[in-house]
Write a protein that binds this ligand. Structure first.
Ligand SMILES: NC(=O)c1ccc[n+]([C@@H]2O[C@H](COP(=O)([O-])OP(=O)(O)OC[C@H]3O[C@@H](n4cnc5c(N)ncnc54)[C@H](OP(=O)(O)O)[C@@H]3O)[C@@H](O)[C@H]2O)c1
Length: 342
């Protein structure tokens, strides 16, 4: 039986669900994999708790589900924030699930991940920010320390897009990557094609809780661009960066175009694309594109995301996920953990 002392940073939509998931899966993990995850520390925006003998996964989830803070727990460490927890806790694994915060240097995620790797912890994160900003540095650190850095949840929710890209395309030359890794943009374009005015479409998305506080992150294509960079690096090793992505958001397409496309059997999606050119470089773009029904990503519904790879030896490979809640995204952390420890 293997026991893994675990720290969790960020107990929001994903972190909370992950706690419930471990609670429910504990017998399965023990019986099938001989693995026990012991939560020794957790942090949110208001504080951190640390208990070397273990915190209860369900208690941590319950505090956050009722809008409380980890600073209320008996094991709370006054004055500690997420980074202090990572610096001081004795653990083998960091789960980093705080917000992306790309505009402010991907903090606190980036510092927490760096510190954990330096301290010899394995890291699993669905947070795009640190991975897109410091892909090489974090991989180098992980290699130096002989630990794993896994981030399958960063692209297209619960779809194992990174696993496919990094593991299952090995040996191939990847000619093209196409992906629809963001749900909100497709939803908004569908509402516009229904005839709703732009502001009403945004209000509808906001009311359903799918639009972030900063809608520009999704609608201007930043989220999709960040995912494209991570996917391209994982599939090809090409040193893609955000500033290489030619980016257009939802506003680049007019409502009349969306309606006309629908009438002719096309569906607009914000498509992330990486294409290998003759010089051996990848051309990266994010733009609203009308997809024909015959295209593997052309029939994606409101809750569906997908990815497609064209390769020299594995053919044309595509995968789609329907994600009704953030549970599959949270579950990617479990998949990554099992890959590391079993
Ligand atoms: N939601 C999804 O479907 C999804 C899918 C794939 C990937 N992701 C990624 O997963 C990560 C988490 O997403 P989420 O939806 O769970 O976000 P969320 O609901 O906004 O939760 C974020 C959590 O991080 C905490 N936090 C914020 N600032 C912090 C700080 N400075 N120090 C420590 N904790 C801090 C928040 O604390 P409070 O609770 O105190 O506010 C909250 O618990 C993000 O990077 C996101 O891009 C999300």
């Amino acid at each position: 039986m293997q026991e893994v002392r675990t720290i969790l940073i960020g107990v929001g939509q994903l972190g909370r669900r992950f706690c419930r998931l471990v609670e429910a899966k504990t017998p399965h993990l023990r019986e099938r994999y001989g693995l026990t995850l012991r939560l020794v520390g957790a942090a949110d925006s208001r504080g951190a708790a640390y208990a070397p003998n273990g915190l209860d996964w369900g208690t941590v989830a319950a505090v956050k589900e009722r809008g409380g803070s980890l600073a209320e727990l008996e094991a709370a460490r006054p004055g500690w924030d997420a980074l202090a927890l990572v610096e001081q806790a004795e653990a083998e694994l960091l789960l980093e699930a705080s917000p992306v915060n790309l505009k402010s240097g991907a903090e606190p995620g980036l510092s927490c991940i760096r510190t954990a790797l330096r301290r010899g912890m394995h890291v699993v994160t669905p947070n795009k920010g640190p991975i897109v900003l410091a892909f090489d540095e974090l991989h180098r650190l992980a290699a130096e320390q002989g630990v794993a850095l896994r981030f399958d949840g960063t692209v297209a929710g619960g779809l194992p897009a990174i696993n496919l890209a990094a593991r299952d395309l090995r040996g191939a030359t990847v000619f093209t990557i196409e992906a629809v890794p963001n749900l909100v943009t497709g939803y908004v374009m569908d509402l516009l094609a229904d005839g709703l005015p732009y502001e009403t479409a945004l209000d509808r998305a906001r009311a359903e809780g799918v639009l972030e506080a900063d809608p520009g992150w999704d609608l201007e294509g930043w989220d999709t661009a960040a995912k494209l960079v991570i996917l391209t690096r994982s599939a090809t090793g090409y040193p893609a960066t955000l500033d290489m992505v030619r980016r257009a958001g939802v506003e680049a397409v007019r409502a009349e175009e969306l309606r006309a496309a629908r009438k002719s059997g096309y569906r607009y999606r914000l498509l992330a694309r990486a294409r290998l050119d003759e010089a051996g470089d990848y051309r990266l773009s994010v733009a609203p594109v009308p997809l024909a029904a015959e295209h593997p990503l052309g029939r994606l519904g409101r809750k569906e995301m997908g990815v497609l790879f064209e390769t020299d030896i594995y053919g044309r490979l595509s995968a789609i996920i329907e994600e009704q809640s953030p549970l599959p995204s949270a579950a990617t952390m479990l998949r990554d953990i099992l890959d590391i420890f079993t």
